[in-house]
Ligand binder design. Structure first.
Ligand code: SF4
Length: 663
């Protein structure tokens, strides 16, 4: 049995959407299969490119078996490019003529090119098992495309499994779109993959090495990831957790998994726990003790281990060659790029000698040899310093479950930031109380996602943000608020981001997003910053929501324009006030209905006989195009503004330029 499994191959895929957090489910599935002796590969990226690279590898192996006097692997990038593009000049760069077996090799590469282009690879799938994870419902298209493509990669009698969040909450829709019946929920029962196996996959340690097999970098790296509980005691209607993890498990031991990770992959700076509702656990004091035992007590420090030495050690031990070739090569290049003068030249010569300037042409033995030669210079520059390390419950904690005991325990670990959910104004009292209690035990850094566009009213977003900045000011703490737009997890709008909540409209949503554009999606401490961005009071906030988007995005430019041009926020404001105070209620409703659809074309201006309404609507249609259209008066003025900012406007100009680039 073991022998058969040794030859079997497992492919783990995360669709190529952006994700801050690594796919922990796949990391556990990797551990499970490696313990059974399977070959495991993880991929996130363009699957066609992945197929081409696998074909190129086969082609190179065959080239080597025909003529091993030439190191074909160091030309791998050209093999890949030729198979991908069929371009003759790339074939010439391969210099097959260097070999005495040129005729045979030329025929071989032509065969491999056809193998890809004629789709022969689809008839000979490589993988015994393929696992695909899924995430948000609004990543529907990319997820379905990935599943449909990956179906071609698994052998006819192989196992093809789709799991994760989207797969659990929309399993029937996925089955209809792909013909694949997804696995629902987590793998927390023994024998789910192999009858008779007694392991619980969900409790296995994570295989961190797979994250280094791919080019994609997760924002939250250099951290241990884990759970100390599963599920949640509540059933909020907007949340997928009750479906994903319906049973609350109050305790999953942490220490062994962290220690094992530390031993194999090196110490990590931070600890990221993805528990959905940790304060609901009756084992909370035990969990806190585990966290402290893992080295995350209050004030804990971290010294970065020599990651290159660990990478090379793992490469030598054959732990995951795909990962540690990539990781070692990138660490060596990172080191080289910091060098100057003679040392830089010395290392450059080593990189060239072993052909490791590019990952794709880097070979295991070459990386190890290069490391041995550059180690003296590398060690000279190695100056590990110690930094504070942090623990983050990234799903947030439940304000309603704060008690004197719980908060004391929270205050005894290296928590930063403490994320306290503030999804609803109805929880204001519990939320404020939780912040004050935390402040009393010395916690100073907070963060929260503020859900909007659900059943809330637009003003409630302003109020929650205001509460946060006022609390920061009063208590001398820092709260980063991240407004998070609600997307339904089922129904018509779940596959895109177009849902509009019952109290919201498209214009208001765009306005909030335009404001958040300039704050990078978050609001920190600093009252003046908040009031400047969202308005000094609720009236100003609503005025901003109604304001043409161009005026919000280029707020400082239009401020600068005041008195120089009729396009300015103040002239819009004047027109808005005049219009709204003079037109009939019926007309007002019609105008607002148009504005709130956020669809502004020239036609809307001609719908009304009233010139004041026509003028007001012109602010919404005219300037957005003008400001980015070369030759227009507004474009020229913008150029002038960009070239000659006053000192006071310089910083603001930079922000506006960034916004412009994001448009
Ligand atoms: S408390 Fe949080 S995790 Fe639990 S159901 Fe509500 S939103 Fe989901």
């Amino acid at each position: 049995m073991a022998d058969i499994r040794k030859r079997k191959k497992v492919l783990l895929i995360e669709p190529n959407y952006s994700n801050k957090f690594p796919p922990v489910g796949l990391m556990k599935i990797s551990t499970y299969h490696k313990e059974l002796g399977f070959d495991v590969v993880f991929y996130k990226g363009d699957l066609k490119q992945f197929v081409i690279e696998r074909i190129a590898d086969k082609c190179i192996n065959e080239f080597t078996s025909i003529d091993n006097t030439i190191d074909w692997y160091i030309r791998k990038d050209l093999f890949v490019e030729y198979i991908r593009t069929k371009r003759k000049y790339i074939l010439q760069q391969l210099h097959i003529s260097d070999s005495e077996m040129e005729i045979l090799l030329s025929a071989k590469i032509a065969e491999y090119k056809e193998y890809y282009w004629k789709g022969f690879w689809e008839k000979e799938p490589e993988w015994d098992r393929v696992f695909i994870t899924t995430l948000f419902t609004f990543y529907w298209n990319i997820t379905i495309d990935t599943i449909n493509f990956a179906k071609k990669l698994v052998k006819e009698d192989g196992l093809f499994m789709v799991g994760g969040i989207l797969a659990t909450i929309q399993s029937e829709e996925i089955e209809r779109a792909t013909g694949i019946k997804p696995h629902k929920g987590i793998l927390n029962i023994p024998g789910q993959l192999d009858k008779g196996d007694d392991k619980i996959i969900d409790n296995l340690p994570l295989d961190y090495s797979i994250l280094d097999e791919i080019e994609y970098k997760y924002a939250m790296s250099n951290a241990f990831y884990g759970y100390t509980t599963r599920g949640c005691i509540r059933k909020c209607s907007f949340c997928a957790v009750p479906t994903l993890e319906p049973i609350y498990n109050p305790y999953i031991p942490l220490k062994d998994r962290i220690n094992q990770t530390r031993e194999i992959y090196g110490d990590q700076k931070d600890l990221l726990l993805m528990d959905n509702n940790i304060l609901a656990s009756k084992n909370f004091p035990e969990i806190i003790n585990d966290i402290k035992d893992c080295g995350f007590g209050k004030g804990a420090k971290f010294t970065q281990p020599d990651m290159l030495a660990i990478s090379i050690r793992n490469l030598k031990q054959g732990i995951n060659d795909r990962a540690y070739i990539r990781k070692s090569q990138s660490l060596i290049m990172e080191f080289y790029n910091k060098l100057k003068g003679e040392e830089s030249f010395d290392v450059y010569k080593i990189l060239m000698k072993y052909h490791i300037t590019k990952y794709i042409t880097s070979k295991k033995e070459n990386i190890i040899s290069a490391y041995n030669e550059l180690k003296v210079i590398y060690d000279k520059h190695l100056k590990p310093s110690s930094k504070l390390r942090f623990i983050d419950f990234n799903q947030g904690v439940d304000a309603r479950l704060f008690t004197e005991e719980n908060v004391k325990l929270l205050g005894s670990i290296a928590i930063r930031p403490l994320r306290i959910a503030f999804d609803d104004m109805k929880t204001q009292n519990a939320y404020e109380k939780a912040i004050r209690m935390s402040h009393k035990v010395g916690i100073k850094d907070f963060s929260n996602y503020l859900l909007y566009n659900f059943k809330d009213k637009p003003i409630e977003l302003y109020q929650r943000l205001q509460i946060n900045v006022e609390l920061c000011d009063e208590l001398g703490i820092s709260i980063y608020s991240f407004p998070m737009k609600f997307h339904p997890i089922a129904g018509e709008y779940s596959h895109n981001r177009d849902f509009i909540g019952e109290n919201w409209n498209r214009k208001y949503i765009r306005a909030v997003q335009a404001i958040l554009n300039s704050t990078k999606g978050k609001i920190g401490r600093g009252k003046s910053f908040f009031y400047e961005a969202f308005g000094h009071n609720e009236d100003e906030y609503f005025e901003l929501l109604e304001m043409p988007e161009t005026f919000i995005l280029y707020r400082f430019f239009f401020k600068w324009l005041d008195n120089k041009h009729e396009a300015s926020a103040s002239s819009w404001r004047k027109c808005w006030t005049e219009c709204m105070s003079s037109i009939s209620e019926n007309e007002k409703q019609q105008v607002l209905d148009i504005i709130h659809t956020n669809v502004f074309n020239e036609d809307i201006q001609t719908q009304f006989g009233n010139p004041l309404i026509t003028k007001l609507l012109s602010y919404y249609t005219n300037y957005r195009k003008d400001i980015i259209t070369e030759g227009t008066e507004l474009y020229k003025l913008k150029q002038e503004y960009d070239k000659n900012p006053t000192k006071a406007l310089r910083r603001k100009k930079r922000i506006k330029q960034r916004e412009y680039l994001r448009l």
